[in-house]
Write a protein that binds this ligand. Structure first.
Ligand SMILES: C[S@@+](CC[C@H](N)C(=O)[O-])C[C@H]1O[C@@H](n2cnc3c(N)ncnc32)[C@H](O)[C@@H]1O
Length: 288
């Protein structure tokens, strides 16, 4: 594997710290990248402690960290939530996962967690950033895991493209994952995406979602400051609305670090630097 990705706080060691600029520019994973503008996926990679980013991404991330020192902790907690949710879903018997807005391949990605339970689990990653998809395809070659380029604003097209991989079967329960991606869309679009996906999947399927949520002041500052994409600050009530048509499992919609399938009714989210990540897993009821 050519690139080093640190997925957890403190996981990096000196040997894995080569950054993209250090790599051969002929490397197909580096060639064709726009190193002049921050990308959502690369900024996020840096926040996670990864090395799959350019100076412009690191600058953007550091600028955000200056304003919101908790940001690296929050995104790592999001990844840990994702791991707990995927592991639990695999143990519930879910055998196919569609991870939309999947980002750069990061340690303990969805397929690694699911395959720990059953190597027969089928995983499709979808992202609209061609560089992310190229990277994922290179990493996943030979694993039977697919990465496709698709825009989540067109859920029907995402599902059709996933089906064409042969790994996603529309007639079987699936876990659809929308982790830290819905805040890149206005409420109407995000709600429509969640609703259409929920409508399209068969009963017994699950939707995993995590969304950043800041208080009014923090949300406004973040939206103004973040340059890699456009951010929208959805309220907890709006985020709860994304789970329409689903039954929340475990503790419900909670701070990502508190999501544990065995718990019920945990404390309400505690904002750090004015923000938190709300996370939940919803099940499409068998009767619907
Ligand atoms: C913050 S990263 C989250 C990565 C991963 N889901 C996680 O939680 O660790 C957001 C990802 O969403 C992708 N994204 C943004 N807009 C998208 C769209 N319209 N369709 C699909 N993916 C999108 C970005 O390219 C980026 O890789």
């Amino acid at each position: 594997m050519w690139f080093a990705v640190g997925g957890r706080a403190g996981c990096d060691d000196g040997a894995s710290m080569a950054t993209r600029e250090d790599k051969d520019s002929a490397d197909p994973a580096v060639a064709g990248q726009d190193a002049t503008r921050p990308s959502i996926a690369r900024v996020y990679d840096y926040l996670l402690g990864g090395t799959d980013n350019f100076a412009v991404d690191r600058g953007e991330a550091e600028r955000m960290i200056q304003r919101f020192p908790s940001m690296p902790v929050l995104v790592r907690e999001n990844r840990l939530f994702l791991s707990r949710a995927v592991g639990w879903l695999a143990r519930q018997g879910i055998r196919q996962f569609l991870d939309i807005g999947s980002g750069l391949p990061t340690a303990r990605n969805t397929h690694e967690v699911a395959h720990d339970d059953d190597p027969a689990c089928r995983i499709v990653y979808a992202d609209n950033d061609p560089a992310v998809v190229a990277r994922a395809q290179a990493l996943l070659a030979g694993t039977g895991v697919a990465a496709i380029e698709a825009d989540l604003r067109d859920p029907a097209a995402v599902l059709a493209a996933a089906a064409r991989t042969g790994l996603f079967r529309a007639g079987e329960p699936v876990a659809v994952i929308l982790a830290l991606v819905l805040h890149f869309f206005d409420f109407g679009t995000a709600h429509k995406v969640a609703a259409e996906l929920t409508e399209s999947i068969v009963p017994g399927s699950y939707v995993v979602m995590s969304v950043s949520a800041g208080d009014e002041e923090t949300g406004g500052t973040l939206n103004r400051e973040y340059k890699a994409g456009t951010l929208y600050n959805h309220s907890p009530k709006q985020i709860a609305g994304f789970f329409g048509g689903l039954e929340l499992v475990g503790p419900g919609l909670v701070d990502a670090r508190e999501w544990d399938p065995a718990t019920r009714g945990t404390a309400s989210p505690s904002n750090r630097d004015g923000g938190c990540i709300l996370a939940g897993v919803g099940r499409k009821p068998l009767a619907s």
